[in-house]
Every structure is written in structure tokens, then in C-alpha cells.
Design a binder for this molecule. Structure first.
Ligand code: ZN
Ligand code: ZN
Length: 293
């Protein structure tokens, strides 16, 4: 060992001993550093208090769907990728809500909280982790069994491929069931037609938008099915939508979202036509060039 390495080792030992004097603080600091790292890497869903209205919606939803031990409601870490989807996510610590959620509309926020409340009631987050771990391990074993007679590097590759594939497959299969259940049971539990009308329009935006489009393959039910639930709940309202004014507001919000869908569909069609026309022109030009060559 060279001198500089020895010096470094001694310095590290001294630092650790000095830190160990104050153990609780030492571990607290490590935990803090880890949390900060997670937050910077967008891995932490966030644990700061949220808007009082969202908080109340989260508590109402959990009570309505029958969560035994209601989870606290947090504001989502603004760096977390889920904030892009103006939604929420539930883990064992709590329900983490995107700061933009209330901006969409009251009905969308309320419906989303009911969806999350089902995740909380069914402990979906923990179940997903357990099942994906088992699936990944099974994939690794299958990979090993398939490649056990090959050389070492191919065996490692087999194990990694098996684990990776099974991780994706288990995740996808579980997501399909878990998200569809949270949507169906959560939305019915809202007991409010106007809330569901807004949610149906919002879901249509998700289907039309090229950015959010892949999300419809994650098991979320279609806008048509949400509209069906809205129809079933017609005449029923939550406390917020009890007055004719608030019901008219929900209709207006839904109309604005649906209008966006119409505009977006037109834009996408125009773009496709434009690209087809440009393609035809390029083809013509290439034909001409070939004739002159
Ligand atoms: Zn969900
Ligand atoms: Zn409502």
C-alpha cells in the first residue's frame, strides 16, 4: 500500500471514529445525504405537506373506500417524473400528490384521490415490490437453467436477460390488474356524476396526447369506460358539486378538456397530411434526379 493510500485510510478511520462519538447524529446525516441524493435523482416521491383541499380530498377518499389506517397526504417532489402526468402515487409512507393536480379541476383531483385510496387500501405498492422481486428471481433462475452448460460469461448474460425480461413482464402484468382495479373501484366510490364527467374528459386527453398516450397501456381504463361510470352516477353529487353552479362549472371544465382533444386530433391529422405531402414531393424530386443521372 502506498503512503498516500495509508494516509487516506487513517484519515477515514479518524473521521469515522470521531463521527461514531455522536452516533445518532452520524446516522441521521447519512440518512439525510441519502434522501437528498434520492431527491436530486427524482427517486423520492416527496414528503412535504400538501394543499389543505387536496389533504381533505385524500382523507375523504380513504375513509370512503375503507382504508384501515389512512396514509398521510404529501406534496410530490417537483423533480419526480410522475409530476409530468399531473397525478399522484401511493407508497407505504403516504399518498404523494403532484402540485399541479388541483389546477386540472376539482373533479379530476377528487377522482385521482379515490384511485390512490384503493392503492392504499390494497397495499398495492408493497404487493408490487414483492411480486416483481419474485418474478425477477424466477427469471434469473430460468436464465441460469437455460444457459448452465455454456461458458461463464454467457451464463451471466443468460441470468441477467432472464431477470430483466421477467422484471418487465411481471411489472406489466401487475400494473394492468392493479391500475384497472384502482380506476374502476375508486371512480365508482366517488359517488358523483360531475366528478366523473371531468375525469372522463381528462382521460380522453390522456388518450389523445402523444406524450401521455403510452400510459393507456398501463392498465388504466378507457375514457369510454369512465364516461360509462359517469352515466351510472348521473344525479348523484359530492358535497362540492351539490349546487347547480358547481355542476355547470364541471360541465364547462369537461367541455374545455374535450375541446382540447378536438384541437389536438385536428393538429395531429394536419401534421400527418403535411408530412405525407412533403414525402410525396421528396419522392418526385428523387425520381427527377434519377432521370438526369
Ligand atoms: Zn394507480
Ligand atoms: Zn363531485
Amino acid at each position: 500500500m502506498s503512503f498516500s493510500k495509508k494516509t487516506l485510510l487513517v484519515a477515514m478511520l479518524c473521521a469515522t471514529t470521531a463521527q461514531a462519538h455522536n452516533k445518532p447524529r452520524f446516522f441521521e446525516q447519512i440518512k439525510q445525504a441519502f434522501n437528498d441524493g434520492c431527491k436530486a435523482a427524482s427517486a423520492c416521491p416527496g414528503d412535504t405537506p400538501t394543499h389543505p383541499t387536496v389533504e381533505a380530498l385524500g382523507m375523504e377518499a380513504q375513509q370512503k373506500v375503507g382504508v384501515e389506517k389512512p396514509l398521510p397526504i404529501f406534496s410530490m417532489n417537483p423533480h419526480h417524473p410522475m409530476t409530468l402526468f399531473a397525478g399522484a402515487m401511493t407508497d407505504r409512507h403516504g399518498i404523494h400528490v403532484s402540485p399541479q393536480l388541483l389546477l386540472v379541476s376539482y373533479g379530476v383531483a377528487r377522482s385521482t384521490m379515490h384511485h390512490e385510496a384503493i392503492h392504499a387500501r390494497e397495499h398495492d405498492y408493497q404487493n408490487i415490490i414483492h411480486k416483481v422481486t419474485v418474478g425477477t428471481a424466477a427469471g434469473a433462475l430460468a436464465g441460469y437453467a437455460t444457459c448452465r452448460k455454456l461458458n461463464r460469461s454467457k451464463r451471466i448474460l443468460g441470468v441477467l436477460t432472464g431477470a430483466y425480461l421477467m422484471n418487465i413482464i411481471t411489472r406489466q402484468v401487475i400494473n394492468q390488474t392493479v391500475e384497472a382495479r384502482a380506476d374502476r373501484e375508486g371512480f365508482k366510490a366517488t359517488d358523483c356524476g360531475p366528478c366523473m364527467e371531468e375525469m372522463a374528459a381528462n382521460r380522453e386527453m390522456l388518450e389523445v396526447s402523444p406524450i401521455f398516450n403510452p400510459f393507456k397501456y398501463f392498465g388504466y381504463v378507457s375514457s369510454k369506460e369512465v364516461a360509462q361510470i359517469a352515466q351510472e352516477l348521473k344525479g348523484k353529487t359530492c358535497a362540492h358539486h351539490a349546487t347547480p353552479e358547481k355542476q355547470a362549472e364541471a360541465k364547462y371544465n369537461s367541455a374545455v378538456m374535450k375541446d382540447w382533444c378536438v384541437q389536438e386530433r385536428t393538429r395531429q391529422n394536419d401534421l400527418a397530411e403535411l408530412q405525407a405531402a412533403e414525402h410525396a414531393v421528396t419522392e418526385k424530386e428523387e425520381q427527377c434526379m434519377r432521370r438526369f443521372q
